[in-house]
Design a protein around this ligand. Structure first.
Ligand code: ADP
Ligand code: MG
Length: 245
């Protein structure tokens, strides 16, 4: 197998007494695309938030691009630079223009000169097909446009891995496709390593190398999309699929 960019080994996590992640073992190769699905409350968000240390795990190891996540702040900073994240609710800065949202990280974190950061920002706004929105504020954009800005903002930091946490689940139905199309293009054109929590089956079938199904804090089943959707093995997977299909 090629180089593993993410390795989670026997990861356990608790919120107080609640055991939210149970013995998670998940390795992701560079360039691989993983879709994570499962019922609400099964630990999907917690799992991907552990990968960039938005959440702490208590047992086991998480190694991202050769850097182990521990309490070492330097390591955490390095991993966060390499891992971009797109949230359900966009999390853009409302008082900054689209362009300012995109250049903030490159200027302050990567120490890029402003003119260069703006050129990079425009490149990615074109990639997500909204360069004409550069000088607007997030509140003036539709949900689908805001989510595309959020994707562009992550890409401006040149991450090695992109994490998506239900990026289309807060959108009106007519805006889901424009966001998924951008994510499909990203997968097909850039070879980006992607972990995406989503129940969008069409997306999973089109781009995922592997679908991972979680329930009650465990990885219950993982397989290629075709096998996963057409021949699920476990009863819990079958039940879940019968509810979303
Ligand atoms: P999912 O993304 O699959 O819906 P989450 O990872 O958000 O699941 O949550 C898994 C479980 O952990 C849920 O029962 C949720 O209520 C609980 N949980 C999530 N975040 C916290 C927190 N910060 N403190 C305590 N419990 C939490
Ligand atoms: Mg979630």
């Amino acid at each position: 197998m090629s180089e593993m960019i993410i390795r989670m080994e026997n990861v356990n996590k608790w919120y107080g007494k609640f055991h939210v992640l149970r013995d998670i073992n998940l390795s992701v190769a560079a360039g691989e695309r993983i879709v994570i699905c499962g019922p609400s409350g099964s630990g999907k968000s917690t799992l991907i938030r552990c990968i960039n240390r938005l959440e702490e795990h208590q047992e086991g190891r998480i190694v991202v691009d050769g850097v182990e996540l521990s309490n070492n702040l330097k390591n955490i900073e390095q991993v966060r630079r390499n891992v971009g994240m797109v949230f359900q609710h966009f999390n853009l800065f409302p008082h900054l223009t689209v362009l300012e949202n995109l250049t903030l990280g490159p200027i302050w974190v990567l120490k890029m000169p402003k003119f260069q950061a703006e050129a990079v920002a425009m490149k990615y706004l074109e990639r997500v097909r909204i360069p004409e929105q550069a000088h607007k504020y997030p509140g003036q954009l539709s949900g689908g446009q805001q989510q595309r800005v959020a994707i562009a903002r992550s890409l401006c930091m040149s991450p090695k891995v992109m994490l998506f946490d239900e990026p289309t689940s807060a959108l009106d139905p007519e805006m889901v496709k424009e966001v998924l199309d951008v994510m499909i293009a990203l997968a097909e054109e850039s070879g980006m390593t992607m972990l995406c929590v989503t129940h969008e089956m069409g997306f999973a079938k089109k781009v995922a190398d592997r679908v991972v199904f979680m329930d009650e804090g465990q990885i219950v089943e993982e397989n290629t999309p075709d096998t996963f959707f057409d021949h699920p093995v476990h009863e819990r997977t079958k039940l879940f699929l019968s509810q979303i299909l």
